[in-house]
Design a binder for this molecule. Structure first.
Ligand code: C2E
Ligand code: MG
Ligand code: MG
Ligand code: MG
Length: 278
């Protein structure tokens, strides 16, 4: 039976494992189709300053699956990265974000807002990535200075000179860079200094227990001091309580993102923050 299935078909005789393999390939086919059918959408989560003024938003992809409902990116981004679907997916998110920037630029209340877009290492390393970003901005007549790309520390595992060269090219056009989930991955302080970053984002796993766990408190204070000495902006992620906010502000944090200020939602939820009457 296994032989008849052919050389290229892996067969597992552990039914649980086989079920996992089937589920994964179903999900892959579903995601491919979902992309083509427009089931992916982009939500925006507010990023605010220390006066709780809106600075911009992070674009977060969502998948409205016809049978399974909303699927979280944590459940399909890794698969998209493995299969290469992250490339069309990433392009879709970038396009959508640039369209949104253009829309916001047309109203005085929203013209100052920036959008942060998550970029996977695999996407960033594509040969045409820099040209694609610049072309997308141009196509939508969006200001590069209002686009920020969020990279993760996993990029540091690859060709660092190439990474820096790509960042420099985009930065020369005005595009900004943030290092996402800072502290959770492969951190090297010497690389941190070499990368032309504008911002670091403190991972929510450190913010969650910052008031009760002395280790997390120490890590957060250290990141804030480090960012200050390297002249980087900091955004703390996952801010849910005023207690966390006070701690972060006390130690010099000036950018915040979390449920305390707003959950990710359609672009209109960002507009509503600026225009409570409308
Ligand atoms: P991330 O970039 O670190 O995004 C922040 C995540 O924290 C989001 O989860 C957001 O909904 C969640 N979050 C924000 N505030 C709070 C809070 O106060 N409490 C808690 N518990 N969570 C909060 P989400 O939307 O599920 O996204 C998960 C991850 O998926 C993102 O983490 C990012 O790594 C990835 N992702 C999302 N969209 C994209 C995309 O377009 N491209 C790529 N490559 N990755 C994406
Ligand atoms: Mg992010
Ligand atoms: Mg993050
Ligand atoms: Mg994350």
């Amino acid at each position: 039976q296994a032989k008849a299935a052919g050389r290229n078909t892996q067969r597992f005789f552990d039914p649980d494992m086989q079920a996992a393999v089937n589920a994964r390939s179903n999900l892959e086919a579903d995601l491919r189709q979902g992309l083509a059918r427009g089931e992916l959408l982009v939500h925006y989560q507010p990023v605010v300053d220390h006066h709780a003024r809106l600075l911009g938003a992070e674009a977060l992809v969502r998948w409205r699956h016809p049978q399974r409902g909303m699927i979280s990116p944590a459940d399909f981004i890794p698969l998209a990265e493995q299969t290469g679907l992250i490339l069309p997916l990433g392009q879709y998110v970038l396009q959508t974000a640039c369209e949104q920037l253009q829309r916001w630029s047309q109203h005085p209340d929203t013209a100052h807002l920036s959008i942060s877009v998550n970029v996977s290492a695999r996407q960033f390393r594509q040969p045409g990535f820099v040209a694609e970003v610049l072309q997308t901005l141009k196509n939508h007549n969006a200001d590069p200075r209002q686009l920020k790309l969020e990279l993760t520390e996993s990029l540091l595992l690859g060709d660092i000179e190439d990474t820096i060269a790509r960042m420099v090219q985009l930065k020369s056009e005005g595009v900004g860079f943030a290092l996402d989930d800072f502290g959770t991955g492969y951190s090297s302080l010497s690389y941190l200094k070499r990368l032309p970053l504008d911002q670091v984002k403190i991972d929510q796993s450190f913010v969650r227990d910052v008031l009760t766990d002395p280790n997390d408190a120490a890590i957060v204070r250290t990141i804030l001091a480090l960012a200050k000495s390297l002249d980087l902006e900091v955004v703390a992620e996952g801010v849910e309580t005023t207690g966390q906010l006070s701690f972060l502000r006390l130690h010099g944090c000036e950018g915040f993102q979390g449920y305390l200020f707003g959950r990710p939602g359609p672009a209109e939820t960002i507009d509503a923050l600026l225009d409570p009457a409308g």
